[in-house]
Design a protein around this ligand. Structure first.
Ligand code: C5P
Length: 270
């Protein structure tokens, strides 16, 4: 089976406080976008799980193990191959999107019979962003709360997104999520930042601030960093404008993509 693993941007991300388990309590509007990795997943009956993503902490394998244990099917195996386009350490949820697509694909290939909500719950054992990326495949934008495990569909019209078209710009620096969270102070009353991780990420990598300024100067509106960085996104009225601005950003030496956000990716609805 071939399946697209769609990246996300965090349209908003509030850090509400530190939890007793060391993670942070968040509230974030997570929006799936058309930038994707392509996974090719074949089921096997030999109990072997393999993946070629090359990450030391491979979230596809972790997702496959979690699903197999929950389904009580120890003899199931899978061979996962990934064509990567989503940059690592870019705040676009690349590894988590791959894990979410793996859960959805193997649920079908192994005939596990889990519903989307069950898969989202299993995703929380794989990584904080995985529940949101599982559910958003079925419903589009979602509100993510808690550590990431509380996810609620958000009707597109309520999401308040300025346009369907976005430009993403990545300056090529790797942002460590743990490092950025460590430097983040919980939100003060009346704070107005759209992403509370933006200031600590810019303190670590000032180029992110340069990218944000360049994107706004090129005409994109509501420019903001995604997740824990380093990608910045902004909105434009149409695809032609998105492509033109992406090209300008590439001339600055950065990676850039013209994308759209997605309402719903999988055919079954929850
Ligand atoms: O769960 P995940 O492995 O994606 O999280 C990576 C790191 O990000 C955690 O080790 C933690 O430092 C930080 N994090 C956090 N609060 C969250 C999510 C992630 O502090 N809600």
């Amino acid at each position: 089976m071939t399946i697209e693993a769609y990246a996300k941007v965090n349209y908003t991300l509030e850090v509400l406080g530190k939890r007793p388990d060391g993670y942070h309590a968040l509230r974030s509007l997570v929006v799936p976008i058309t930038l994707s990795d392509t996974l090719t997943i074949d089921a096997t009956a030999d109990g072997d799980l393999s993946s070629d993503t090359g990450y030391p902490d491979d979230l596809c394998l972790k997702a496959a193990r979690v699903l197999r244990a929950a389904a009580g099917m120890p003899s199931r195996g899978a061979c996962i191959r990934a064509l990567k386009r989503i940059p690592a350490g870019g705040g676009l949820g690349g590894g988590s999107a791959d894990a979410a697509a793996t859960l959805v694909a193997l649920n079908e290939l192994w005939s596990c019979g889990f519903q989307p909500e069950d898969l989202a719950e299993l995703g929380a054992r794989v990584g904080s962003d995985v529940p949101a990326l599982v559910l958003s495949r079925f419903v589009g934008p979602v509100l993510m709360e808690g550590r990431g495990e509380v996810v609620t569909p958000l009707a597109a019209e309520r999401a308040g997104l300025p346009s369907r078209h976005l430009v993403l710009v990545n300056p090529g620096v790797f942002c460590s999520t743990a490092e950025v969270f460590k430097r983040c102070r919980p939100r003060a009353a009346g704070a107005s930042a759209r992403n509370d991780l933006e200031a600590p990420a810019i303190a670590l990598h000032p180029v992110i601030g340069e990218v944000k300024a360049a994107l706004a100067a090129a005409g994109a509106t509501d420019a903001c960093m995604s997740g824990s960085g380093s990608t910045v996104f902004g909105f434009v009225p149409d695809d032609a404008e998105a492509r033109a601005i992406a090209e300008k950003m590439r001339v600055c030496g950065w990676s850039a993509w013209a994308v759209e956000w997605l309402s719903r990716l999988d055919s079954n609805k929850v």
